[in-house]
Design a protein around this ligand. Structure first.
Ligand code: HMG
Ligand code: MG
Length: 303
């Protein structure tokens, strides 16, 4: 059976904009996030408190946060998580009012090294005090796991390797684990296989989210496979923005509009107003100077 409702974890302002070559002004980012909330999205990842030299697109995190403060009063229940790689990032995030954070590990050594300059084991050790301190302060921590299906340097990734790393993130105290197909190579059979492996390892499916990139056009099929396995939290990015600057061949995330079109067609509730979301992505595409890659945006906005 499919879930009656899916919670969309919107990552356009973070995963999307971190990979745009254009530097988007902070006022435009704040307006983008405000419009996503107005369109009904209730989990909107806002930015990253990573090293500004590593991700210059999000170097304005400190300037962005105060511009989002009144959204929480305007939209009760709105969650605005931010990425933090280490204690320095957590300090910055907490000082600027973050009430939910995410750490991000890798199932593969090659990507851990390129993305965080450390081995997988060192990355997890770096996160330990982050998760502890955040949890002590009542700040929930999501755990991302990258390269869950394939890795550009290592090829296909074995489910056992992914489950081992995922279990460590959950043991550290992450409340949710987002399984990332960072480079968008997965196909639905692999998704089912990985979710079964987590099930066998005793991880309840309500702790899992899926995070698909659409490089090979498989993101929606993969999402449907995950829904059939009981997953009900899906990451996507408005207009299909995105990628990852440290993974060659990563293109945009699954577009939120494409996801909403499928979910509503299946009778699954999302709380999202699709017309308002399409208008938002069209507006941002205009600011970025290029059309949205989302098929649904193109169909509905006539781009
Ligand atoms: P490092 O060079 O090893 O840093 O980078 P370090 O720990 O050696 O520290 C060096 C200097 O950086 C120090 O300053 C620190 O204070 C400073 P110094 O003492 O030399 O003056 N520093 C910081 N400054 C600001 N904010 C911080 C911070 N941390 C250290 N948080 C580091 C390690 C983690 C910093 C670096 O590798 C980094 O920032 N990486 C971020 C990479 C990233 O953001 N990637 C994209 C997100 S992941 C993704 O997109 C995948 C996902 O979507 C899921 C999927 O699709 O798979 C989530
Ligand atoms: Mg991603």
């Amino acid at each position: 059976a499919l879930p009656a409702r899916v919670r969309i974890h919107e990552v356009g302002a973070r995963d999307g904009l971190q990979n745009e070559s254009a530097l988007v002004p902070v006022e435009v980012k704040a307006e983008f996030i405000g419009r996503l909330a107005a369109a009904g999205l209730r989990t909107v990842e806002a930015t990253s408190f990573v090293h500004p030299k590593w991700v210059p697109q999000l170097a304005d995190a400190e300037q962005l946060m105060p511009r989002l403060a009144d959204l929480r009063t305007r939209y009760p229940g709105l969650r605005l998580p931010v990425l933090v790689p280490n204690e320095r990032g957590l300090d910055r995030a907490l000082a600027h009012g973050a009430d939910e954070v995410a750490v991000f590990a890798s199932a593969t050594e090659s990507f851990a090294r390129r993305n965080l300059n450390r081995s997988v084991a060192e990355v997890l050790e770096m996160f330990r005090p982050v998760v502890e301190r955040a949890t002590d302060q009542g700040v929930a921590v999501r755990g991302y796991l990258s390269m869950c299906f394939g890795d550009p340097w290592e090829g296909r990734v074995a489910p056992g390797q992914v489950v081992a790393a995922g279990l460590r993130l959950l043991e550290l105290g992450c409340t949710e684990l987002s399984l990332g197909d960072t480079i968008g190579v997965a196909t639905p059979g692999q998704v089912g296989g990985l979710l079964e492996a987590f099930d066998k390892a005793g991880v309840p499916v309500d702790r899992l989210a899926v995070h698909f990139h659409d490089t090979y056009g498989q993101a929606l099929s993969n999402t449907l496979a995950a829904l059939r396995h009981g997953v009900s939290v899906v990451d996507s990015s408005a207009g299909g923005l995105g990628g990852c600057p440290y993974a060659k061949s990563a293109t945009g995330n699954l577009a939120t509009e494409d996801l909403v079109w499928m979910l509503h067609g299946l009778g699954i509730e999302t709380g999202v107003d699709l017309a308002e979301l399409v208008a938002t992505s069209s507006w941002l595409a205009g600011r970025l100077g290029r059309p949205s890659p989302s098929r649904t945006v193109r169909a509905l906005a006539g781009q």
